[in-house]
Design a protein around this ligand. Sequence first.
Ligand SMILES: [Fe+2]
Ligand SMILES: [Fe+2]
Length: 326
Amino acid sequence: MYPWGMDLARMLEKCEREQWSVDDLDWSGTPRAMSAEDERAIVQYFTDMAGIERLAGALFEEQQRRAEDPKLRRIFESFVKDELRHAEAAERLARFYDQRRLERYEMSPSLVRFAPHFIASVRYLSAEIANAYITCGELILDIALLRSINDFVGDAMSERAMDLINRDESRHIAVDFHMISYYGSQEYLDKLTEEPRAPLSQRVRALWSFAHVLYYGAPFFRAVFFKPMQVVDPTGRRMKEAIKRIQLLSKKPSVRRSRFIHVMERVQEYYNESPLVRSLFGRAIERLMGVDPELISKLYTDAERERAARMSYDELAAEALSAKLA
Ligand SMILES: [Fe+2]
Ligand SMILES: [Fe+2]
């Protein structure tokens, strides 16, 4: 048992037991009838999904590299495998739905441009900031987006693949949430104060790559997330749900001690409460947070906030997942 409450041996055992292969799925069927327009959209979504999954894989590789506990390292190693398998599944789904060969599909250029900077900046940034990004990314992209795409496709093949993918994602989210609680723990804060400051050259490189993330992040989110979501989640229900989960997580007392969450939250408060700040810095804030203005507003009630503060990270992770399944 780890000081912050996760039984790593049990989690590792689950990670190994729940491995699967893309070939386990029966790919012999044919897709449901659909319009040419839907076919184009769906094949493009799965093409981009493959890129997102590879990005997630690279981020877990970084976590694996940093993990000091051998069991935790092996858990992340299994997550890297999971994400590569998801990428493979997405590519197979893209081919499966590409019935009419209407065009040559390519990954969205904004995703191709964003990915290397994001991976580099995660390498330079502190582990806690990297983890905050990964957790938000998993909730928004890997869960809200994928589930909405799956609903939109409305076909048994996608359904079967997504069931297995979601089983993997529930392990990822559980560990992501636990890492968040660890980065807010006294143990980690003590460790931080002992750590020597990074050399200037490294801090400059970190800032440089982070500036690129901000710059390329907005077009990436627009092309790969907001635009598809307008089609597959037109009421914004799943997207708001995912953002609400992130907001509630950031209200946990131990998470509140972490520097990154603090900064994000202050930015959010300023934005919501001051029309002056909004008119002067609105665009910069939107870019920094990486989300649409409507989503920066508070999406939870006070009762929900109090309830979340009392819940364990395991319960929060489970609830975030079941909300997405509903
Ligand atoms: Fe994934
Ligand atoms: Fe994941």
